[in-house]
Design a protein around this ligand. Structure first.
Ligand code: C2E
Ligand code: MG
Ligand code: MG
Length: 638
């Protein structure tokens, strides 16, 4: 006798998941649709299983046609469910095989075949034959010879799901997601084994339910996609939706629309985090009304992005939004006065990747967030992002293969007229081997968190250069290496750099570290860091003096050995000499710093800089930065 007591609680809990799912905003993406389909098919399978089993038990009192039909529904649902369970895995894994139209039909074949066989059994299955899944006659329900097709089909889809996981595992970012998918597949396999071992227990659905619960907890909880107390979708949802929208190459209209709170960080500090959050919820509700067919996403830091495939009059909407922001955002004790920036997009054809579009969007929003203006984003901005992305790829390749080029520019001592040192400057190359200047790749390295690695690599290459060339013999006492602010704030900087100089067996005093005023954020930290580094034998040079706040009093307390005047003030002085720069140079010298002038391009500039007391000069007049080999041939041989 069949026992279906397990089915009822499963059905009840499934309905809870379903109600929860519908009670939250749902992102209209394929994965969510398939998840709903999965719950629906499972519910139908359970219901048809219970009905068919009841009919099989009471076959004597029921019309045979009804028993046959109910069994058909169950078997058909079984085959479809096997496929849908796989389909969900394929969708989460962004399985490319499933997207190929020919392959997709091939993948679906066992499901179609199973449903047809179930249909065939329903119509013709009245007596024992070799071609039926089941047959029903006056003695009731019987398994047919092809009953095992159920298991074969089930196994086929579980196997496909395992293959999909293996092939596309990298599309799952987190390890937890990979394990969840593995567990999902194993549970589906266990479901089949249990059904095979205990066909009369009807316990398979408990296992299928477990599998559904696993993916619900790992991927499908609607909260994963929400922000601002559930009033908008979040940044993660934006990425998913964008990716899916762009997949369809025939998308004719695609114009994101961005709204950002002007000076968000200042406003948040002014009003406090909680009030600001309430204000943002109000703004998101307000924005939703303009885009009934689209979705509003909150991309952190006061930035909203709206995706709407239906044509909308963005210009008018923008005007209305600006009008609305003239009034305060009010809710129980909260009253916020905010202003707004808007980024409208030209219609984008899906030629760019979702990442490029997203980055362009965020950059545009940050621009208007700062200016509080409106911006119309065109293809040119997207091209700009493409360029930056190419630079990022070149940078990553250079760091990966350590193929960064070291260039050296000589620095001349004004008293002897000879090269006394050099500055190490890095260069990377693009895919065609052309040089990318640091002005382009340093900001990219800083924004992508790779600046530490890059800085260390340049430092290490400089140490190797010093070890391999007898620089002192040729009068070169030191080589300056630039240290970016992000590196300077590392608390383990002293240890790391010490271990590198030790590795190359060189004196730390021969590599001078150049920092800009931008690194001097916190006085006490700055001094502590400089002293720790000093204790290890490192020396500091202040770079680009004259481009920041240039607080002389503050410099007095910092143990720099040298101040480099930025080329902008050097050029200004050389164009129109005044009394300020000479006084400044004298002040530095009184504080015990040497002074270097950067950007010295001709003999006249050399004379002027010498006359005001500069100790060292660096510039094209002497030499441009040279590849290390050329530099060594010119300055450290013979
Ligand atoms: P910087 O440290 O102030 O380096 C001096 C820059 O001025 C170099 O530009 C050099 O080529 C340029 N220069 C020197 N003399 C002249 C001259 O007479 N005329 C003109 N027009 N320019 C001159 P470069 O190599 O393009 O580097 C730009 C900036 O990029 C550097 O400014 C530095 O801040 C940064 N940088 C370069 N390499 C690295 C690095 O490895 N790490 C870090 N953190 N920053 C680096
Ligand atoms: Mg420098
Ligand atoms: Mg400089």
């Amino acid at each position: 006798m069949w026992d279906y007591s397990f089915e009822v609680p499963v059905l009840m809990i499934l309905s809870i998941i379903l109600v929860f799912f519908f009670s939250r905003p749902r992102l209209p993406i394929r994965r969510n649709r398939i998840f709903l389909l999965m719950i629906l098919v499972e519910t139908l399978t359970i219901i048809s299983d219970v009905l068919a089993t009841t009919a099989d038990i009471n076959y004597a009192t029921l019309p045979i046609v009804l028993v046959k039909i109910l069994n058909f529904f169950y078997f058909a649902a079984f085959f479809v469910r096997s496929y849908v369970m796989y389909l969900f895995a394929a969708c989460v894994l962004k399985d490319k095989l499933e997207k190929n139209t020919v392959l997709r039909q091939f993948i679906r074949l066992p499901m179609y075949f199973g449903v047809i066989m179930a249909l065939h059994s329903m119509i013709f299955g009245s007596e024992r034959s070799s071609t039926f899944i089941y047959y029903i006659n006056e003695t009731g329900y019987h398994n047919g010879h092809m009953y095992n097709l159920l298991y074969i089909c089930g196994l086929y889809y579980v196997l496909l799901s395992f293959i999909s996981l293996y092939l596309f595992r990298n599309s799952l970012g987190k390890r937890r997601e990979k394990y969840s998918m593995l567990l999902y597949n194993l549970t589906l396999l266990a479901a089949l084994v249990v059904r095979f071992a205990l066909p009369k227990m009807l316990i398979m659905d408990t296992f299928i339910f477990m599998a559904i619960l696993i993916v619900f907890l790992a991927f499908e909880n609607p909260e994963f996609f929400l922000d601002l107390k559930g009033s908008t979708f979040n940044a993660y949802a934006l990425g998913e939706r964008l990716e899916e929208d762009l997949e369809d190459q025939n998308t004719v209209r695609f114009s994101p629309f961005g709204v950002v709170v002007h000076n968000y960080r200042d406003m948040r500090d002014l009003y406090g985090y909680t009030h600001m959050e309430t204000g943002l919820v109000l703004i998101s509700r307000y924005l939703r009304q303009f885009f009934p067919e689209g979705n509003v996403f909150y991309y952190r830091n006061g930035r909203f992005v709206i995706l709407d495939q239906t044509a909308s009059d963005h210009e008018n909407i923008s005007r209305e939004i600006h009008e609305r922001f003239k009034k305060p955002w009010k809710s129980h004790g909260t009253e916020l006065y905010l202003s707004v920036g808007v980024a409208r997009f030209e219609t984008i054809r899906p030629l760019h990747s979702p990442q490029i579009i997203l980055r362009t969007l965020v950059r545009a929003l940050d621009n208007v967030g700062e200016s509080g203006q409106e911006m119309f984003v065109t293809e040119a901005e997207l091209q700009q992002t493409e360029k930056e992305t190419a630079v990022r790829a070149s940078l990553e390749a250079a760091l990966e293969d350590k193929t960064l080029d070291l260039f050296l520019q000589p620095i001349v001592d004004t008293t002897t007229g000879k090269v006394a040192g050099a500055e190490a400057l890095s260069r990377i190359r693009d895919a065609e081997g052309r040089i990318i200047p640091p002005g382009v790749f340093i900001p990219v390295a800083e924004n992508s968190g790779r600046i530490n690695e890059l800085g260390e690599l340049v430092f290490e290459k400089t140490c190797a250069f010093i070890r391999d060339h007898d620089i002192e013999k040729h009068g070169i006492e030191w080589i300056n290496v630039n240290l970016s602010p992000a590196q300077f704030v590392r608390t383990d900087l002293a240890e790391r750099y010490s271990s590198i100089v030790e590795k190359y067996g060189i004196d730390p005093g021969t590599v001078h570290l150049e920092i800009t005023e931008g690194s001097m954020i916190d006085d006490s930290f700055l001094q502590k860091q400089m002293r720790t580094m000093n204790a290890k034998g490192f020396k500091f040079v202040l770079d680009d003096y004259g481009t920041g706040y240039s607080n002389l009093a503050r410099l007095k307390t910092c143990p720099f050995i040298n101040v480099k005047l930025d080329m902008s003030i050097v050029w200004d002085y050389c164009k129109e000499p005044d009394g300020i720069l000479p006084v400044m140079v004298q002040a530095f010298k009184q504080m015990g710093f040497c002074v270097t002038a950067e950007g010295v391009e001709d003999a006249n500039m050399v004379e002027l800089m010498k006359s005001i007391g500069c100790d060292f000069l660096q510039g094209y007049h002497y030499s441009k930065p040279l590849p290390e080999k050329e530099f060594s041939e010119k300055y450290t041989s013979a």
